[in-house]
Ligand binder design. Structure first.
Ligand code: ATP
Ligand code: MN
Length: 462
């Protein structure tokens, strides 16, 4: 008999029909006459109650359907007499699909710290918290494709292994097939990458943007959604070494169009979760952040505040607030400054634009003032920067000059510069860090808790 997901059973009207449910036992209260088994299959937060009459089943069977075991139950779906659940299954047969010894099963009913659960990340999916987080993560991923598809954007797969070391977003992991104990050398003793797998130096990508631009200058509007890698030693609660990024690139968009798209996009995604993950959000709101749902609603209902970097810096400096790092015009904002603007000063998400060119990448559109570029960062409460983007420099000469000024090796960038030689146009794009979005949408506080298997400095178990 095909089995039903618990989510669908819980919303089925019970007329004693025969159903089968499969899942993992969360708890088992076996008394003299009856056993109550709480079963969860991850389809939703709630467990399904299984009632097993002690007369019908051997004691050993009931005792082995313990916390952690995987079982299949067939029986009648009836209205539950107990409070707390609409329906329950009165079991006619129970099969142990996979036994589990509760004495050594690491997950106990009492609840565990997030730190402990990180050490057993292979099992933490089986907790209410991680079930909720990963269902929301799924919803967001789905909504991202839906949003772009509805607007006629094409999903473009950009490479994960890249030959360009100047994507402009930080330190890279090297990719090689060489024998590291015995690398091939050139006559003057350097490692001979020409003899390596790809015949050149290669890395894991830090961004799909440059390739994305090539797509946009032909397909008009594209987006990427893939893994990116940064070999930076930033051990914070908002940085991972491997994270997923969504990068739309749009022909004929200037910075204003770009900002509007990004704001609509974030609001759409958050509204999607509010509409589709109510039960999970209520759980996370209760357990981790009592302002979560309020914060999500706030973002969907209020306009983001727009101001320039220069105006933002002015506010930061005049605030008189003691920051860990005092900054001035020209410095990059740290998350403490970003969060001050969002959480204390404006109390709403902020889009900062027109950053000093020296703290931004070479491809950003240069402003007439010669000092700033048409960049935009979106800053969110509790997170700081969630999106970084810009209008791109479409002028060939200006772009090449900037590349030279920044001493970037232009011979690896010929393919990119070709877009500016053959049919260039105004275009823009941005990158949304997927895990930062999931962090915001779940109210979790450590980015390691919103990706199934976190990769961070000294952290690559599983
Ligand atoms: P930050 O200043 O916070 O380190 P960044 O300026 O290096 O970020 P970008 O290169 O602009 O980031 O990347 C685009 C987006 O990717 C960021 O807005 C952020 O949401 C996300 N992001 C960047 N670095 C990381 C990381 N190490 N882990 C998770 N997400 C990240
Ligand atoms: Mn950035």
């Amino acid at each position: 008999m095909p089995h039903s997901k618990i989510k669908s059973l819980l919303s089925t009207s019970p007329v004693s029909q025969e159903v089968t449910s499969k899942g993992w036992v969360r708890s088992n209260r076996t008394g003299k006459n009856v056993s109550f088994i709480a079963l969860n299959d991850g389809s939703c937060l709630a467990n399904l109650q299984i009632v097993a009459d002690a007369q019908k089943f051997p004691k050993e069977l009931l005792m082995s359907a313990q916390t952690g075991a995987c079982i299949s139950v067939t029986g009648k779906l009836v209205a539950s007499t107990g409070s707390g659940q609409p329906v329950e299954i009165q079991a006619d047969s129970i099969e142990i699909l996979g036994a589990s010894d509760p004495a050594v099963y690491p997950l106990q009913k009492k609840g565990h710290s997030l730190e402990f659960l990180r050490e057993i990340a292979h099992l933490r999916f089986r907790t209410n918290t991680f079930g909720a987080v990963f269902r929301i993560r799924h919803s967001l991923a789905y909504a991202i494709h839906e949003f772009f598809h509805k607007r006629g954007f094409y999903y473009l797969h950009t490479p994960i292994i890249t030959g360009s070391d100047c994507e402009g977003a930080g330190a890279m992991f090297r990719v090689t097939a060489m024998d590291l104990k015995n690398p091939l050398k050139t006559p003057n003793g350097d490692i001979d990458f020409a003899k390596d797998f790809f015949g050149k130096e290669t890395y894991l990508t830090v961004s799909g943007q440059l390739e994305g631009e090539l797509g946009a200058l032909a397909l008009s509007e594209i987006y990427t959604f893939g893994p990116t890698f940064r070999a930076e030693n930033s051990n914070t609660t908002r940085h991972l070494s491997e994270f997923w990024m969504i990068e739309p690139e749009m022909a004929f968009y200037d910075l204003k169009d770009n900002m509007r798209l990004a704001e609509d996009f974030l609001k759409y995604l958050i509204q999607f979760v509010l509409d589709n993950n109510k039960e999970d959000l209520e759980f996370l709101n209760k357990m981790y952040d009592s302002t979560l749902i309020e914060k999500l609603r706030f973002v969907t209902q209020n306009n983001f505040r727009h101001l320039t970097y220069t105006e933002g810096m002015d506010i930061i400096q005049k605030s008189g607030k003691k920051f860990e790092l005092q900054i001035q015009w020209g410095s990059d904002l740290q998350s403490e400054h970003e969060r001050f603007l969002v959480e204390e000063h404006f109390k709403t998400p902020v889009i900062l634009t027109d950053y000093p060119k020296d703290i931004k990448a070479f491809y950003m559109k240069q402003n007439e003032d010669g000092k700033t570029v048409r960049a935009m960062d979106i800053l969110f409460p509790g997170i700081g920067e969630i999106i970084g983007g810009s209008q791109r420099e479409e002028n060939y000469e200006k772009l090449v000059n900037r590349i030279r000024e920044m001493k970037i090796d232009e011979k690896n960038l010929g393919w990119y510069l070709d877009t500016r030689r053959f049919g260039t146009c105004v275009h823009s794009g941005f990158g949304l860090g997927f895990e930062r979005l999931v962090l915001f949408a779940t109210g979790m506080s450590n980015i390691r808790d919103v990706i199934p298997f976190p990769r961070a400095p000294k952290e690559a178990a599983f």
